[in-house]
Design a protein around this ligand. Structure first.
Ligand SMILES: [Zn+2]
Length: 174
């Protein structure tokens, strides 16, 4: 057991079984708080974007007056497309905005745009990959963050070294 307090919440009592986040030891409670936010953001996005895509297809289908059910292929394609670019709104998707997390450049801390969003999210189009991604974020960076040179930060602790020190962020990618 370490006597060093958790760098995020400042509590030493909760540091019995610390977890590593972007190369920093944090308490289990802060760690799970952050990971839960990210996973929740993902779930919110999937449901929200399914709704948006479904609505758009229904709307334009009705405008076109075809009266037919739209084919599954284009719907899936459109869904994957919006999913890939979802984090481009200054590092936010709808879910991330609600959950208080943001995608930023891992060196400079600049919010991600649509290009970075695509680089980190296209892998999610591979079947079962979303599950792998969910389990790969335990130490902070997940599959896709390496390619996009991004990381997800907890906005509440934006300026804290756990989320803002470039050296520590780079280290865990190696
Ligand atoms: Zn803590």
């Amino acid at each position: 057991m370490s006597d060093t307090p958790c760098p995020l919440c400042g509590s030493a009592q909760k540091m019995k079984r610390p977890r590593v986040l972007y190369g920093h030891q944090v308490c289990r409670r802060c760690w799970s708080g952050f990971i839960t936010r990210r996973q929740l953001a993902w779930i919110v996005d999937v449901f929200f974007l399914q709704f948006v895509v479904g609505f758009l297809f229904g709307f334009f289908g009705a405008m076109a007056g075809s009266g037919k059910e739209p084919a599954t292929g284009p719907i899936v394609l459109a869904f994957v497309g919006v999913l890939a670019f979802k984090d481009g709104f200054a590092g936010h998707s709808f879910g991330k905005w609600i959950c208080g997390v943001q995608v930023v450049d891992r060196e400079s801390g600049t919010p991600a745009g649509f290009g970075r969003s695509f680089l980190r999210n296209w892998v999610a189009a591979i079947p079962l990959m979303p599950l792998v991604i969910a389990f790969s974020m335990n130490r902070g960076p997940r599959i896709g963050d390496g390619m996009a040179k991004t990381r997800v930060i907890w906005k509440r602790y934006r300026d804290h070294p756990v989320f803002s020190s470039p050296a520590a962020a780079a280290k865990v990618f190696e």
